[in-house]
Ligand binder design. Structure first.
Ligand SMILES: Cc1ncc(COP(=O)(O)O)c(C=O)c1O
Length: 358
């Protein structure tokens, strides 16, 4: 006997990357930041009196919204704070699509999108990236054909790390009739020389929603804080109707605001991660594990058939190093490796040399 709704009974839940609590593993499997959040965040945490938790938090996280508005030079009406970027995705579906209708994504991409579509009872149109992992040809026409009400793109893409240009997003948003979500969970790791900045697009497109997360760039995956940036008319229904009454808590609001206010500290970490990304990419290529160029904090590397990606994943795990293996189309011959600290990356390369020498 089950009390589940039929679509819930049928669906599979999200499988998160392994999160061992031993403290000994080298974790290069869930794209966490190897560096801690800023001293200002630590001070904000120390400054929280337990007595202040008797009260409910500010429902709209005003202090955080103001910090985000300052950082992005938009109005606070353009910001919705959420319990991780994941909650924003859930809110988008709750607010903008009826069950039975279609959501479109590219394939491969973040596996939570399918789970959320299943929960909402929506159809999921997965449109294959091209052979070189660039955006599908005639993407807009394909969205129109499947009548997608919401389209979600990850940029930089996951798990490839490739970047879609602002010009492409601008044109797509301008011609698409549904809500276009650009999931920028990894945006902080883009080379600054590329000048990527999608935020001005929200002033031009009423259907564009940008997702940001503090999990990766700010070293705060454990805090659970993300936010959306969009024009007021897209933000307002989520903020005033579909959001849980107190969706972010007092502690996370204060720490998240401190993190954005001290963004310069986080930026130093982003630069280190980009530099390590280049070093690791070269080291992996020399070991016969070529990677796609990445604008993210991970590399997707190809593993020769004679070695086998799953075997390599298991061999690293035996040595206490976790990376991500995806048992799905186009990814079975690859591993996704998060950029760790200098020491973690060096340990990875040493372990790979030992395994591949066998
Ligand atoms: C592509 C993508 N989007 C969104 C998220 C959600 O991030 P969070 O809920 O930790 O803010 C993740 C986390 O792994 C991700 O990989």
């Amino acid at each position: 006997m089950t009390f589940e709704r039929p679509n819930i009974e049928k669906m599979q839940g999200y499988t998160p990357g392994e999160q061992p609590d031993d403290g000994d593993s080298i974790k290069l499997n869930t794209n966490e930041n190897p560096y801690p959040a800023s001293p200002e965040v630590a001070a904000a945490l120390r400054g929280i009196e337990v007595d202040s938790l008797r009260r409910y938090p500010p429902p709209l996280a005003d202090q955080f919204r103001q910090a985000a508005a300052r950082l992005h030079q938009v109005s606070e009406h353009n910001i919705i704070p959420t319990n991780g970027g994941d909650e924003l995705l859930r809110l988008v579906l709750t607010t903008f699509v009826d069950s039975g209708k279609t959501i479109a994504i590219t394939k491969p991409s973040y596996s939570l999108y399918r789970v959320l579509a299943d929960i909402a009872g929506c159809k999921l149109a997965e449109i294959d990236l091209q052979a070189d992992w660039s955006m599908p040809e005639n993407f807009l026409a394909q969205l129109q054909q499947v009548q997608a009400r919401i389209t979600i793109l990850v940029n930089p893409q996951a798990p490839t790390g490739t970047l879609i240009s602002v010009a492409y997003l601008d044109e797509l948003a301008g011609n698409y009739g549904g809500v276009l979500v650009v999931d920028e969970a990894y945006v902080d790791f883009i080379d600054p020389e590329l000048g990527y900045d999608s935020i001005p697009l929200i002033g031009r497109h009423e259907n564009l929603l940008i997702l940001r997360s503090l999990s990766k760039g700010y070293g705060l995956a454990g805090l659970r804080f993300g936010y959306g940036i969009a024009c007021k008319s897209l933000i307002a229904p989520m903020l005033t109707k579909t959001r849980d009454s107190y969706n972010t808590d007092t502690i996370s609001q204060r720490l998240a605001a401190a993190a954005l206010d001290s963004v310069d500290y986080a930026r130093q970490g982003w630069a280190r991660i980009r530099s390590e990304r280049g070093t690791l990419l070269q080291a992996l290529a020399q070991l016969g594990l070529p990677c796609l160029p990445s604008q993210s904090n991970f590399l997707l590397c190809e593993v020769p058939q004679a070695v086998g990606a799953e075997h390599l994943y298991q061999s690293l795990k035996q040595r206490g190093i976790l990376v991500r293996y995806f048992d799905e189309d186009r990814l079975r011959d690859r591993l996704r490796i998060s950029i760790g600290s200098e020491a973690d990356n060096a340990a990875l390369v040493t372990a790979l040399k030992a395994i591949l020498a066998k």
